[in-house]
Design a protein around this ligand. Structure first.
Ligand code: FYN
Ligand code: ADP
Length: 584
């Protein structure tokens, strides 16, 4: 017998490197530059949140999904990247859905990612834990909605969600992630190859030269031109070109609420303080990223100086918008310019040379006169120092603080608290005013504040009606937990609109608009380690806000306002059915 070669076992094949649904979702987000998730953990996404944090993403947990959703949506507006909101199934998903619908309505890019229950059980309606056909429910409220069933499709699902959220007119996208998906495994290398780094997620859309020519010709012919800047213009980040367009043409402009600060509100061409004069008097109006919806009285009626039976004021409109379907939504658009605002404004500027005729002096002088009158009237009101404070006297303090801190974000909601702040507090930088937007929604306050502080690191000032604050007030814990530089100012007049309504039936219940008198909102912030301040005078309010900004500590100032101050629904009283009844 010869020597027997010792039997050497062949080297064991290296165990295949596997990845799973959890990691593929996280890797797909990271690959696309997503660095923050706003959400609320629970079955089936708790581990996803943990692993995302472990993988270096910032995971900001809220106390209610609606606030996480609002945070994600405004992060989208501020950064231009889709804001991500992560929720559990059915109830958590539904809580986030209001924010998703609001994002779609406002053209904010956002992705709501919700875990969901077993498809087989949901589809047979066999009563699974948190059973709900979430995809079907989200679809009508979202710009797009997708479900991913297999780990190898996660890359495509995330890529499609990102593209849908930010391309064209931005909006809210729903991404359904069934619980089973997370635990699915696949070869790691194949998984890596299945992911998509989205190339050019929001492609430029160049306007047609003939559309630009038509708009320029109309603008040039105007005797009383006006530019309206909307939040689409702010979102577009074409700040320098928009300013050049306004300044080179010399045309007065009106900023919509969230476009305040795109040019500083103190700009001499701002016609904000002459709003009710310029809208009916203008002959050519150029809308830049602003829709002729209710906020612009649908482009007709009294606001626009109705001159014919249909209520049209005779204005001609140029509309710059990325959505080709927006034109003619309410009145005829004489010169639609379809494209992204950056490209459209650049194309217009190319046709506006040094020989561009400035608007007639009479038009500018009439606006200046009207503006000066309104500003003087406002200055007189703001100089008063009543006790208790009025909305005006308190907001005079906020106005000064914002002027001294122009980089600060201003979050604003309420009825009177919203309307007075918009008119009184000047903004100096683009995309710094964040408010209730297209729906006039209440509840955005603390979600927007958290997001603005997290994505920018800047100071946030949130001016809140006492009613509006209640919708998201528990998130002061979130603000304290992450130690965010947020100064909440609650303008407290003891109720919705005001605190003096009485029960018409004389029963033991207070009126539906009335809250607990002298509620100590500041103690809510103190409960979680933040700073509470109680301000009954302008000096106290100013001192508290200054300290908050100097120390960057979470602060809530309970600013006590005369409970008789405030009108029903602020400046939109006329939308109440009883007001309409009276008009009829
Ligand atoms: C504005 N104004 C000023 C200034 N800025 N006066 C002096 N100085 C300054 N800096 C004047 C302006 O000319 C108007 O007066 C008035 O202040 C109000 O200006 P504003 O806010 O631009 O105009 P208005 O009519 O309130 O605007 C309409 C609107 C707005 C629909 C666009 O109200 C809005 O955005 N509303 C949102 C409301 C909302 O969503 N609420 C939440 C739900 S509350 P005049 O020219 O004299 O008219 C539920 O109950
Ligand atoms: P506001 O409420 O300030 O008037 P809207 O939300 O009504 O503003 O209008 C914003 C408009 O801007 C929408 O019609 C949207 O299609 C458009 N828009 C958003 N982003 C862009 C962009 N990058 N380029 C062009 N238009 C845009």
């Amino acid at each position: 017998m010869g020597n027997v070669e010792p039997q050497v076992a062949p080297p064991a094949a290296a165990p295949p490197q596997l990845t799973d649904g959890f990691h593929l979702v996280i890797d797909a987000l990271k690959l696309n530059g997503i660095d923050t998730i706003f959400g609320l953990p629970g079955i089936p996404i708790t581990d996803l949140a943990r692993m995302a944090q472990g993988a270096g993403l910032r995971v900001i947990s809220f106390r209610h999904e609606q606030n996480a959703g609002y945070a994600a949506s405004i992060a989208g507006f501020i950064t231009g990247k889709p804001g991500i909101c992560l929720t559990v199934s059915a109830p958590g998903f539904l809580n986030g859905l209001t924010a998703l619908a609001n994002a779609t309505t406002n053209c904010f890019p956002m992705i709501l990612m919700s875990g969901s229950s077993e498809r087989e059980i949901v589809d047979l309606q066999q009563g699974d834990y948190e059973e709900m056909d979430q995809l079907a429910i989200a679809r009508p409220l979202a710009k797009a909605a997708f479900r991913v069933l297999h780990a190898e499709d996660i890359g495509v699902g995330v890529a499609r969600a990102i593209r849908a959220a930010v391309s064209g007119r931005p909006g809210g996208v729903y991404l359904d992630l069934p619980a089973k998906l997370f635990a699915q495994t696949m070869d790691a290398e194949a998984g890596r190859r299945s992911l998509i780094a989205v190339v050019d997620p929001a492609p430029r859309q160049i306007p047609a030269p003939e559309a630009v020519g038509r708009a320029l010709a109309l603008l040039r012919s105007a005797q009383r031109p006006l530019i309206v800047l909307g939040k689409g213009a702010a979102y577009a980040r074409a700040d320098a070109d928009i300013r050049a367009l306004v300044e080179r043409t010399g045309i007065p402009y009106l900023p919509m609420s969230m476009a305040k600060g795109l040019l500083p509100d103190t700009h001499e061409q701002s016609a904000a303080a002459a709003r009710s004069y310029v809208l009916p008097e203008a002959d050519v109006v150029m809308l830049v990223g602003a829709r002729l919806n209710w906020l612009l009285s649908h482009g007709k009626g009294k606001t626009w100086g109705a001159r014919d039976a249909k209520g049209w004021g005779g204005q001609k409109f140029i509309q710059i918008d990325i959505s080709p379907q927006e034109a003619d939504s309410n009145v005829r658009i004489d010169a639609p310019v379809v494209g992204d605002i950056g490209s459209c404004v650049a194309a217009l500027l190319a046709g506006i040379g040094a020989d561009w005729p400035k608007p007639p002096a009479g038009w500018l002088a009439a606006i200046a006169e009207r503006k000066a009158k309104n500003i003087a009237k406002m200055a007189e009101t703001l100089a008063k120092n009543p006790s208790p404070m009025s909305f005006h006297s308190a907001l005079a303090v906020v106005r000064d603080i914002v002027r001294e801190n122009p980089r600060a974000y201003l979050v604003n909601e309420g009825a009177n608290a919203l309307d007075f702040t918009r008119a009184i507090v000047d903004m100096y930088q683009p995309r710094k005013r964040l408010d209730v937007g297209t729906w006039g929604v209440m509840g955005i306050g603390m979600g927007f504040s958290v997001a603005a502080a997290v994505v920018s690191g800047e100071q946030v000032i949130a001016v809140e009606g006492d009613s509006a604050f209640g919708f998201s007030g528990m998130e002061v814990e979130t603000i304290c937990r992450y130690n965010l530089p947020v100064c909440v100012v609650v303008l407290n007049n003891n109720g919705v609109y005001r605190g003096t309504d009485v029960n018409p039936a004389g029963g033991p219940d207070v009126a539906p608009t009335v809250f607990v008198k002298d509620a100590r909102y500041e103690k809510l912030m103190e409960a979680f380690g933040g700073v509470g301040a109680y301000a009954t005078t302008r000096a106290e309010l100013r001192a508290a806000m200054e300290t908050a900004i100097r120390t960057r500590r979470p602060t809530l100032v309970n600013a006590i306002i005369d409970e008789t101050a405030g009108t029903e629904s602020g400046r939109i009283t006329s939308l109440n059915p009883s007001a309409k009844q009276k008009q009829a």
